[in-house]
Design a binder for this molecule. Structure first.
Ligand code: FE
Ligand code: MN
Length: 337
C-alpha cells in the first residue's frame, strides 16, 4: 500500500475518484476499518437461555431492574437505526474519499448488526415490539435525546446542502459532532454503564454481553468520527473560530444534560451498586475526554467513577472480563498465515 501525499483533501476535492482506494492518504480510516473487521460478531453467538429464565421468572428481577432494561431496549432499538440512516443518507454522500467510505460501509454493517441485536433480544425475551419500538415517542427523556440529534443534524438532510464554503463546512462539522460525539459518544453511555452493571452482577448476562460488543464497536465509531472531524478542521483551519468552538462545546454540554436526565429517568433509585448521580459524574468525565479528543478545552474536570468501563472498551482477544464465558474476541481477520 503506497501512501500518497499529494493534494488529496477530505472535503470538496475535485481530484478524488471515489472508486480508487489506492494509493491511500488517510491511514487512520484504514486502521479503523481493520479494527472493525477483527471485532466481528453477531447477536446469535450470545446464548440467551439464562436471560430468558431470569426475565420470565417472577422474582429474579426487581421492578426497577426491569424498568432499566426496558428503557435501554427502548432507546437503543430505534437509535441504532437512526444512526444507520444518518450515515448512509447523509455522511456517505458528502465524504467522497474512498478509504473513509470503506470505513463508513463497515460502520453501516455494524449498525445493521446492532439493529439485529434488538430484534434478537425482543424475540428471545418475548418483549412487545410495539412497546419497545415506540418508547422514543412515549418516554420523554428518550424523545428529547432523539429530537436533539435530529435537530442538530438537520442541515445535512437538506437536498441541496453542499460542503462548499466556510459556513457550510462548519455546518457539516457541527452535524458530525451531533452524530459521532453526542449520539454515539455520549447518548449511548448511561445505557452502557447500566447494562454492563447487570453483567458485572451476573444478571441478564446475555443482554449484558450484547451491550459489551456494541460498546466495543461504538468506541471505534467514535474514534473514526473524531479523526474525521479533526482532519476536516486541520485541512480547513478557517472554520475553527472561537465562536464555532463555543457553539460545539455548548452542544456537547447540552448533550450531557439530556443524557443525565435520561439516567435519572431510567434509574430513579439506586440499584446494582449504581445510581444516577454517579452516572452523571461519569457522563461529565467522558464528555471531557470527547472535548479533548477534538482539541477543545474540557469543561467539567470530574474523575472517572467507573474505571472498569475503560477496561471493557480495551478488551481484546482474551478471557471475557466478567468471566461469564471464554470468548475469542477477535476473529480470523487478524490471523497471520
Ligand atoms: Fe451502533
Ligand atoms: Mn455506531
Amino acid at each position: 500500500m503506497v501512501v500518497n501525499t499529494d493534494d488529496k483533501r477530505i472535503l470538496n476535492c475535485g481530484t478524488t475518484d471515489p472508486n480508487k482506494i489506492l494509493p491511500m492518504k488517510y491511514l487512520w480510516a484504514r486502521e479503523h476499518y481493520k479494527k472493525g473487521v477483527s471485532n466481528n460478531w453477531v447477536p446469535e453467538e450470545v446464548n440467551m437461555q439464562k436471560d430468558v429464565e431470569t426475565w420470565k421468572s417472577k422474582d429474579a428481577l426487581t421492578e426497577d431492574e426491569r424498568r432499566l432494561i426496558m428503557w435501554n431496549m427502548g432507546f437503543f432499538s430505534t437509535a441504532e437505526s437512526l444512526t444507520a440512516n444518518n450515515l448512509v443518507l447523509t455522511i456517505y454522500s458528502h465524504i467522497t474519499n474512498p478509504e473513509c467510505r470503506q470505513y463508513l460501509l463497515r460502520q453501516a454493517y455494524e449498525e445493521a448488526v446492532h439493529t439485529d441485536t434488538f430484534i434478537y433480544c425482543c424475540d428471545t425475551l418475548g418483549l412487545d415490539p410495539r412497546e419497545v419500538y415506540n418508547m422514543y415517542n412515549t418516554i420523554p427523556s428518550i424523545k428529547r435525546k432523539d429530537e436533539f440529534v435530529v435537530n442538530m443534524t438537520k442541515s445535512l438532510l437538506e437536498p441541496n446542502f453542499s460542503t462548499e464554503g466556510t459556513e457550510n463546512i462548519q455546518r457539516f462539522v457541527h452535524d458530525l459532532v451531533g452524530f459521532y460525539v453526542i449520539m454515539e459518544g455520549i447518548f449511548f453511555y448511561a445505557g452502557f454503564v447500566a447494562m454492563l452493571s447487570f453483567l458485572r452482577r451476573n444478571k441478564m448476562v446475555g443482554v449484558g454481553e450484547q451491550f459489551q460488543f456494541i460498546l466495543r464497536d461504538e468506541s471505534v465509531h467514535l474514534a473514526f468520527g473524531t479523526d474525521l472531524i479533526n482532519t476536516i478542521v486541520t485541512e480547513n483551519p478557517e472554520i475553527w473560530t472561537e465562536q464555532f468552538k463555543t457553539t460545539i462545546t455548548e452542544n456537547i454540554k447540552q448533550g450531557v444534560e439530556l443524557e443525565t436526565a435520561y439516567a435519572f429517568d431510567s434509574l430513579p433509585r439506586g440499584i446494582l451498586g449504581l445510581n444516577a448521580d454517579t452516572i452523571a459524574e461519569y457522563l461529565k468525565y467522558i464528555a471531557d475526554r470527547r472535548l479533548e479528543r477534538i482539541n477543545l478545552k474540557k469543561v467539567y474536570g470530574t474523575e472517572n467513577p467507573f474505571p472498569w468501563m475503560s477496561e471493557i472498551i480495551d478488551l481484546r482477544k482474551e478471557k471475557n472480563f466478567f468471566e461469564t464465558r471464554v470468548t475469542e474476541y477477535q476473529t480470523a481477520g487478524n490471523l497471520k498465515w
